[in-house]
Design a protein around this ligand. Structure first.
Ligand code: MLT
Length: 208
């Protein structure tokens, strides 16, 4: 029996079987439509699963609560990361998908990082745009070499460079195969992010 798919979401079936499915996780104030063009540009033909965050901050959807910018309600991070992981598992059954690679931006990248740490078997990898450490204490998670690319902005006013580096260290220690790129950019996405993502996706989708 299929469990309920209890996140509002978009699902675009892929048309290239060998392309990994992508889990698209939007930033604060975004929704399930935002990252579909980016997902399609990064990995043409991939199935795209794109949920909407269930927390509202002044009407803006997010994936977990925060106390202020960059200060998270960590109990809520844990709860919501587990709920999102349950949704991904249910969606895999419903749509017959392989484990997806998460493509998350900002708040979406932070929930993806939390999922990697709390539910290490749910994602096949992650592409984290403007991510930061989501939890001050993390379990010694058993990631199994899943590829993770973190792309940070040198001029990002929200995320200090040291925080993104700390996240790279935590994920590496948890068993992920992490690359961390820092670009001369702010918090917003640019064409450079797209190029870096396309190159990384090509490299990780090569058959062994
Ligand atoms: C977060 O709350 O996840 C980060 O501060 C990034 C943001 O969404 O602004």
């Amino acid at each position: 029996m299929t469990k309920d798919l209890n996140f509002i979401h978009r699902f675009e079936p892929g048309n290239r079987l060998e392309a990994p499915p992508l889990l698209l996780l939007h930033g604060t104030g975004g929704d399930e439509n935002d990252l579909l063009p980016l997902g399609e540009a990064i990995s043409p033909g991939s199935a795209l699963l794109s949920p909407r965050g269930q927390v509202l901050e002044h009407g803006m959807p997010r994936f977990f609560r925060r106390l202020s910018e960059g200060v998270f309600d960590e109990d809520d991070v844990r709860r919501r990361a587990n709920e999102l992981a349950d949704f991904v598992e249910a969606a895999r059954d419903a749509y017959m998908l392989a484990a997806p690679i998460a493509l998350g931006y900002s708040n979406g990248a932070n929930i993806a990082a939390a999922m990697l740490l709390l539910r290490p078997n749910v994602l096949a990898g992650a592409f984290l745009l403007r991510a930061m450490v989501p939890l001050s204490e993390t379990p010694t998670a058993g990631l199994r070499g899943q590829p993770v690319l973190i792309v940070s902005g040198e001029l990002d006013p929200i995320i200090p460079a040291s925080n993104a580096s700390r996240l790279a260290g935590i994920l590496t220690q948890a068993g992920a195969s992490v690359q961390h790129r820092t670009l001369p950019l702010g918090h917003q996405l640019s064409q450079f992010d797209l190029k870096v993502a396309q190159d990384w996706m090509k490299a990780v989708s090569q058959p062994a």
